[in-house]
Write a protein that binds this ligand. Structure first.
Ligand code: PRP
Ligand code: URA
Length: 224
């Protein structure tokens, strides 16, 4: 994988342009002393950039509209309706931003939790639109670590008839190990991310990383 500061790393991994502004936002949320409110608002700003980038990867078709001055604007519109699928719980941070950007978007849910000891994913529940196979799907999970959760979520979508080409996985931080694991099984699956980390530590957390994103976003890491 050849990383480029300009933005796209290769055809399947789309790394946001590593601008100074993006790095400043990362600096805020990676700081262990960042408070809950700042963590939510700042990660939200990065997530919106990720969602815009992911939306741009979907297929578009020509679509003209009449402007108020009687002219035609030869524009574009998405070919397929969009469905956001957050992996509960941390993915719901991304659902929140997607719905704020596009209130009419359809949402499916997949509940997967990583076992605290083995780090293996366990699928508990999914609720997806019956016609999800006719949608472009944004699979939303801010953390791609070992890739186990992403692979389990992708299997759920494929089992519901979604084509691999219609899935874009959106993550805020990605480990090389997770990207490789996803692409070992799904070489063409597109991933949008705002940072590629150095590696995983012995507890399968990314380094330099951000800690447990779900705990930090929902405030469940605060000691009593
Ligand atoms: C975290 C994270 C991802 C998963 C990534 O979820 O939100 O879903 O781990 O790890 P992996 O790539 O090694 O599978 P967790 O199970 O901790 O649940 P949470 O969303 O409730 O924090
Ligand atoms: N889940 C997280 O929240 N953070 C990591 O670094 C890995 C998995």
């Amino acid at each position: 994988m050849a990383t480029q500061a300009a933005g796209i790393t290769n055809e399947t991994v789309h790394l946001l342009p590593q601008t100074r502004q993006l790095r400043a936002l990362h600096t805020i949320i990676r700081d262990r002393n960042c408070d809950l409110e700042r963590f939510v608002t700042t990660s939200g700003r990065i997530i919106r950039q990720l969602v815009e980038t992911a939306l741009d990867l979907l297929p578009f078709e020509p679509y003209g509209v009449q402007t108020p001055v009687g002219q035609t604007y030869h524009g574009l519109r998405p070919v397929k309706p969009i469905c956001g699928v957050p992996v509960v719980r941390a993915g719901e941070s991304m659902e929140h931003e997607l719905r704020a950007m596009s209130p009419g978007v359809r949402i499916g849910k997949i509940l997967i939790q990583r076992d605290k000891v083995t780090k293996l994913p366990r699928l508990y529940y999914s609720a997806l639109p019956a016609d999800i196979d006719r949608h472009s799907v944004l699979l939303l999970d801010p953390m791609l670590a070992t890739g186990g959760t992403a692979l389990a979520a992708i299997e759920v979508l494929l089992a519901h008839g979604v084509a691999e080409d219609d899935i874009v996985f959106v993550s805020l931080l990605s480990a090389p190990e997770g990207i490789d694991a996803v692409h070992a099984r799904h070489p063409n699956l597109r991933i949008v991310t705002s940072a590629i980390e150095e590696r995983l530590n012995e507890n399968a957390y990314m380094i330099p990383g951000i800690g447990d994103f779900g705990d930090r976003y929902f405030g469940t890491d605060v000691p009593r």
